[in-house]
Design a protein around this ligand. Structure first.
Ligand code: GSH
Length: 215
């Protein structure tokens, strides 16, 4: 059974694609866009009226929200050990971090990348963007402190939440007034450790090449 993933380069669907690669499950990409003025195919809007990706499709079913898809896939493929099992003591920290990423860190990114969703008038948008950047500093600091000296987010064990962390760090743009990942050394240590994985090297090939070229 193959999964289908609504997908665009640079989007939150990239982390889900890395997860599918790690799982080794067959999947098909459905290319779409995240451009502000870009057209969203009707079949995408029918599955997620927000117009966001990722959307995962399997059999006759579909779901959106990256954090929920992450938990869903890990639980569906327990042999890959990408998430602590339900009775595992680390399940709480796994879920807490994933949901904090999606509700707080991603929200801060949205303020900066999509200010029109938060500001009442176009004149208010720069203020929303600035607050988003400050919020990025606040929320990444919480995560950096939480990680401390841990090798991975969960301590000694690699998990899907490390992939999620890596994906979010690729969105940081100091040129937009956002913090650099260098400000969060514990986060950076994990992102650097995730980067060499084969799944990440293949899905992020373009991002890696652009970064080496200094773009
Ligand atoms: N809460 C959603 C947010 C997803 C999201 O923000 N997706 C962005 C790409 S990273 C998107 O599709 N943006 C296009 C849009 O908002 O119109 C999730 O975590 O899945």
């Amino acid at each position: 059974m193959a999964y289908k993933l609504f997908y665009a380069l640079g989007s939150a669907a990239m982390g889900i694609r890395v997860l599918l690669e790690e799982i080794g499950a067959p999947y098909e990409l459905i290319q779409t866009t995240i451009a502000k003025d870009g057209h969203r195919p009707p079949e995408q809007l029918a599955l997620n009226p927000n117009g966001w990706i990722p959307i995962l499709v399997w059999d006759e079913n579909a779901m959106y929200e990256g954090a929920a898809i992450t938990v869903f896939l890990c639980d569906r493929h327990p042999a890959t050990k990408l998430a602590p099992a339900i009775a595992d003591a680390q399940r709480g920290l796994f879920l807490q971090t994933l949901v904090y990423f999606s509700s707080s860190v991603q929200n801060a990114f949205q303020l900066n990348y999509y200010p029109q969703r938060f500001a009442d008038t176009p004149a208010d948008e720069p203020g929303a963007q600035r607050r988003g950047n400050r919020r990025l500093r606040e929320t990444w600091k919480v995560i950096d402190d939480q990680i401390g000296d841990n090798e991975w987010v969960l301590g000694e064990r690699f998990s899907a939440v490390d992939i999620y962390l890596f994906m979010l760090t690729t969105w940081l743009r100091p040129s937009r007034g956002q913090p650099s990942v260098d400000e969060f050394p514990n986060v950076k240590r994990i992102a650097d450790a995730v980067l060499p994985r084969r799944s990440v090297q293949s899905v992020y090939e373009k991002w890696i090449a652009e970064r080496s070229a200094g773009n």
